[in-house]
Design a protein around this ligand. Structure first.
Ligand code: HEC
Ligand code: HEC
Ligand code: HEC
Length: 123
């Protein structure tokens, strides 16, 4: 039963943005596999992030996979290494469209700073 449900969710998530009439086309970033199912992430990423922040700040428990840095590692654009620089940048693009304020990047970096980037720039 769960398997069937997951399959339906996966199919439902494919191209969902393209189907939405005025939804922006987001620059999804580097690609790969999200930390959870896409459909689930769309609804629940904020809970994941806030939970992770509380864990880190209050209990000193860190989970590298769910750190903001890791999200940005994948979701920053391959053009400008940012999740916030442009209208279609991943985090900001969707938040603007949904009219949800996002103040995280007043403190946290919204750009990729990885070995991958350094390697690429060295070429
Ligand atoms: C290894 C790369 C990778 C990591 C790490 C990653 N993501 Fe993703 N994420 C993706 C990809 C690729 C998709 C798009 C999948 C698709 O379109 O089917 C996605 C989808 C999403 C979506 C849904 C987007 C939509 O169009 O509905 C959200 C929201 C999201 N990710 C947030 C996050 C957050 C928050 C984190 C950090 C906790 C994170 N992601 C970490 C690769 C990643
Ligand atoms: C597919 C669209 C979409 C993408 C992509 C997306 N978000 Fe969101 N985000 C939302 C929506 C919609 C809400 C509000 C949900 C609600 O209020 O129930 C939200 C809420 C949040 C919240 C909670 C805000 C608050 O004040 O409670 C945080 C934090 C957040 N997103 C962070 C991120 C980060 C970081 C990224 C990029 C890694 C990202 N989001 C990408 C749609 C998106
Ligand atoms: C006023 C500055 C400030 C703002 C605004 C802020 N943070 Fe943080 N955040 C911090 C500091 C400082 C830490 C602790 C850094 C550390 O010890 O790693 C932290 C830690 C975190 C962590 C745990 C470390 C990690 O990356 O795993 C997460 C997740 C996180 N914040 C998410 C968010 C999200 C999501 C938002 C927006 C809703 C946000 N923060 C807004 C300052 C801020």
């Amino acid at each position: 039963m769960i398997k069937i449900l997951l399959t339906i969710l996966l199919f439902a998530s494919t191209g969902a943005w393209a189907a939405g009439s005025s939804a922006p086309k987001l620059d999804i970033g580097k690609g790969g596999q999200c930390v959870k199912d896409t459909q689930w992430m769309r609804k629940n990423h904020m809970h994941l992030l806030k939970h992770q922040r509380d864990e880190a700040l209050r209990r000193g428990v860190r989970d590298a996979e769910i750190s903001l840095k890791n999200c940005i590692e994948c979701h920053a654009s391959v053009q400008d290494d940012s999740v916030i620089a442009r209208e279609d940048s991943f985090c900001v693009g969707c938040h603007k469209y949904e009219a949800v304020k996002l103040d995280c990047f007043e403190c946290h970096s919204g750009t990729r700073k990885s070995a991958w980037l350094q390697q690429r720039n060295a070429k």
